[in-house]
Design a protein around this ligand. Structure first.
Ligand code: SAM
Length: 274
């Protein structure tokens, strides 16, 4: 299958409007490989027929399937050592000390993909900060993809996925074998509030404030203006002494100077005092 230029332009506009994701010319191969299966599963003769239907309504189950297919959901348990090391050694101990009177913590994982990141954090907190068991810990995990959120809620991973980064003792302790897959304990699944949230959307006012936000490996898909607006919104929902983690290849530098690097290696940022 090949993507016609007019269909590609329509899809690029659709993905920019729906998710702020930038599809530059040259990414036709990506559209082709991601949408050909969607088109055939939905009974269309090809991508052109799918686009024709999408032109009729950009707020339909088909539109959501296109968003699901066009987002890149690459993730793994304990992805990158540095941020987890910094969380373990510095950030969580500092937050636990700062919140010792209120005994409450609020965490947001803002591009959760299939759930490995929030579950890694939760397992780490259970293992290394057992005192949090008696705290009021609010853990929100969001993504724009409904398909990914379904996977998060199910908490079921293939052998290949658990082989990527999950230490064997944690697999044994927190997962149950279900056929050929592994499912994480119900207690961990229900400790996280899973919600659909478009980082480029307008629902920010409905969010509480957070002590710790993970915004990892998602800003790379956005243009500069979208990155700026997301970081400005992040400043509003991050408590003044809170922490923001980006992906290790991402930065706030030259995008939002109100953030300052707290630890470069782990892409950990804090808001500068005014
Ligand atoms: C590459 S994954 C990153 C997963 C995880 N944070 C990590 O670092 O391993 C990027 C995720 O961002 C989500 N995403 C893309 N655009 C988004 C948007 N506009 N709002 C919210 N999530 C979005 C995708 O659905 C995908 O699951």
């Amino acid at each position: 299958m090949t993507v016609q230029a007019s269909d590609f332009r329509f899809l690029a506009d659709f993905m920019r409007d729906a998710a702020a994701i930038v599809l530059e010319p040259g990414k036709e191969y990506l559209v082709d490989s991601r949408l050909a299966p969607v088109a055939s599963q939905a009974g269309f003769s090809g991508i052109s027929a799918l686009v024709q239907e999408l032109r009729r309504s950009t707020h339909s189950p088909l539109a959501q399937k296109v968003i699901d297919a066009m987002t890149t959901n690459e993730t793994s348990f304990f992805r990158d050592a540095a941020p987890y090391q910094h969380l373990r050694k510095a950030v969580l101990p500092a937050l636990i000390e700062a919140r010792r009177n209120e005994r409450a913590l609020s965490i947001w994982c803002a591009a959760a993909s299939s759930g490995q990141e929030p579950y890694s954090m939760l397992m780490m907190m259970r293992e290394e900060f057992p005192q949090l068991a008696n705290w009021n810990v609010r853990f929100l995990a969001t993504d724009i993809s409904q398909e990914m959120l379904q996977r998060c809620r199910a908490g079921t991973y293939s052998q290949l996925e658990v082989n990527r980064g999950l230490p064997a003792p944690l697999l044994v302790k927190y997962f149950t074998k279900r056929g050929i897959d592994w499912q994480i304990d119900e207690r961990l699944r229900s400790a996280i509030e899973w919600r659909e949230f478009n980082l480029a959307g307008r629902a920010w006012l409905g969010l509480p404030s957070f002590d710790l936000i993970m915004l990892r490996n998602v800003m790379i898909y956005f243009d500069l203006q979208t990155k700026r607006s997301i970081l400005a919104n992040m400043r509003k929902v991050l408590r003044p002494d809170g922490y923001l983690f980006l992906g290790t290849a991402e930065t706030t530098l030259n995008i939002d100077e109100r953030f300052q690097s707290e630890q470069a290696q782990s892409s950990c940022y804090r808001v500068r005092a005014a």
